[in-house]
Design a binder for this molecule. Sequence first.
Ligand code: URA
Length: 242
Amino acid sequence: MRLDKLLAHAGYGSRKDVKALIKKGRVSLNGELAKNPEVHVNPDTDIVLADGEKAEYVKYVYLLMNKPAGGISATTDPHGQDKTVSDLAFELTGVWGLFPVGRLDKDATGLLILTNDGILGHRATSPKKNADKVYAVEVSGELTERDILAFKERIKLDDGYLCREAFLEIMSSGLVSRALVTLTEGKFHQVKRMFQALGKSVISLKRVSFCGIELPEDLPEGECRPLTEVELGKIAHLLAEE
Ligand code: URA
């Protein structure tokens, strides 16, 4: 593989970042100063050092993104017009082929995991896995105890689907209300359709937690970072056999 790919997979940033690193003379290949980002290297036998530290190629990359509004939760946009979260992840990290685990609507923001580990993608979205998701929403109109009860007693969507028990925590109620919604499933536009069933509309929606992993407060929209070991531990059961 190319040297810039190895460095990107080792967590040294986008292709632009790693090219700059090489240009600044901070990378060596088998003891010699590396000059060409495109040179082919063997991750098993060649020794690549960045700032004196061994750059280890990792096959599977797991990222936590704060999805920006307008980003499409897909690897490619069928209409070829909008930027996808995979395009954004590539720009930010230089790693190709990362796909989102689950999806968020185009106008939604917040926590999205991206990976090139197909098993995780497949298992995390399996309804059997019950991955908890928490959404912070702004809703038009007042929210009351009656809405909390409706979420608990299972809401029927427009197509007749009966949602699982869900939890509504009202943060403020008024002309525009704020709340946290916890679901263990992920049907298309589910949160919006649940409120619609109660005669309300969602103004904004942000995923703040997935499987116990919280959206970091200091991660701006449109940015991402690798999952930490602790966070990986929280989704380890999703990687295990059913
Ligand atoms: N529910 C929605 O309505 N939209 C999302 O993006 C996620 C959950």
